[in-house]
Design a protein around this ligand. Structure first.
Ligand code: NAP
Ligand code: F7E
Length: 350
């Protein structure tokens, strides 16, 4: 049975990928960071299953800033497939911790590739790198494809640009089976709560249950190509099953504004919103005229990515991959899950 190593297994994507690989019969090793609180909530169901944990799922402490740890892990595990999903993944936060972001997202990728070489796994192990649509930043072409020139707009995007090119370089220099998935935004009920989609669906549920008055957001006009995360992790696996490595855009080829995401989310909890005003004065009101969405410029970014929309034609053609969950369905899935969560929280608080 194949052996996989996932960095970032405690994150949104890592948790879905671990489930999918276990279901395919893999032995899965995950790297986790030491934390002062439990950071394994997203994989708790796997962790608590005695037939899985320490049988086919193994967790190891580690960090992408620690090369000796990476060497040891690779030697001990001897994986056939490596999914490098670990990252400081928040774009706005990357402006506040640019050096750390470069260490983990840029140099961390190099450390990993070099460890593979160092321990002699370059013929055995296939490598997936979590590249991103943030590479396109100030977009040079619409829609974006694998051939669109990059123009990152944040320390996160620039760090990931290094990650992208070092993967290409190790592939070309040392024959590594190393691939970049250029994934556009993908979301789910497991999305971190500080990303805009989850922030909105969490707020919609809590506002609907009377637990919160309104939500403050930044740029309501930003447009994103939002897909459903489990479909994107399935695509990661497909990339590593290819005879030849390559780089693939993974997207829905639809784009929507943050404002539209709000409209769909609040409609899903039976609180339709109407937006009025402009810029910092724009608000979203419910049917009673109560303001439920406000703008707070603190959430603006020093440089913004205004529009993303990807063309996944290469992935469709070569990997047979096509997203099925639509934008409207994605919002429904997330809004419903967060409404249920708010109801539970309310019961517990009562
Ligand atoms: P996420 O939920 O933020 O998860 C990130 C994971 O990386 C977590 O497990 C985190 O551990 C771990 N991590 C952070 N710093 C680390 C370090 N120094 N050493 C080891 N592990 C570290 O991110 P995601 O949404 O699942 O995304 C997965 C990957 O895809 C990331 O590389 C992200 O940049 C990239 N990506 C995401 C999207 C998207 O829309 N989701 C799109 C394109 C690319 P803790 O749990 O301990 O924090
Ligand atoms: O922002 C705007 C914000 O933080 C989306 C990461 O997974 O996808 C993600 O990066 C848009 C931006 O995601 C708020 O300005 C408005 O234009 O949800 P986000 P992101 O920056 O697109 C890419 C592909 C990755 O690779 C990253 O790892 O929404 N926005 N108001 C807001 N964003 C946030 N977070 N919070 C707000 O209040």
């Amino acid at each position: 049975m194949p052996i996989a190593l996932i960095t970032g297994i405690t994150g949104q994507d890592g948790s879905y990928l671990a489930e999918q690989l276990l279901a395919k019969g893999y032995t899965v090793h995950g790297m986790i960071r030491r934390a002062s609180n439990f950071n394994t909530q997203r994989i708790e169901h796997l962790f608590n299953d005695p037939e899985i944990y320490n049988q086919r799922l193994f967790l190891h402490h580690g960090d992408l800033t620690d090369s000796s740890n990476l060497n040891r892990l690779l030697e001990k595990i001897g994986p056939n497939e490596i999914y490098n999903l670990a990252a400081q993944s928040h774009v706005k936060v990357s402006f506040e911790v640019p050096e750390y972001t470069a260490e983990v997202d840029g140099l961390g990728t190099l450390r990993f590739l070099d460890s593979i070489k160092e321990v002699g796994l370059e013929k055995r192990a296939r490598f997936y790198q979590a590249s991103t649509s943030e590479l396109f930043g100030l977009v040079q072409e619409v829609p974006q494809t694998e051939k669109t020139p990059f123009y990152p707009r944040s320390p996160y995007g620039v760090a990931k640009l290094y990650g992208y090119w070092i993967v290409v370089n190790y592939r070309e220099s040392y024959g590594l089976h190393a691939s970049n998935g250029i994934l556009f935004n993908h979301e789910s009920p497991r999305r971190g709560e500080t990303f805009v989609t989850r922030k909105i669906t969490r707020a919609a549920g809590r506002i609907r249950e009377g637990m919160q008055e309104h939500v403050a957001l930044g740029n309501l006009g930003a447009q994103r190509d939002w897909g459903y995360a489990p479909e994107y992790t399935e695509m990661m696996w497909r990339m590593l099953q290819q005879e030849q490595p390559g780089d693939y855009v993974c997207a829905t080829q639809e784009t929507h504004t943050v404002r539209e995401f709000c409209e769909h989310s609040f409609a899903a909890v039976d609180m339709p919103l109407t937006f009025e005003g402009e810029g910092e004065n724009e608000v979203g009101r419910d049917e009673k005229g109560i303001v439920r969405v406000k703008v707070n410029p603190n959430y603006y970014r020093p440089a913004e990515v205004e529009l993303l929309i990807g063309n996944p034609e290469k992935a469709r053609r070569e990997l047979g991959w096509q997203p099925k969950v639509t934008f409207a369905e994605l919002v429904q899935i997330m809004a419903k899950a967060d409404w249920d969560l708010a109801k539970k929280e309310k019961l517990l608080a009562a």
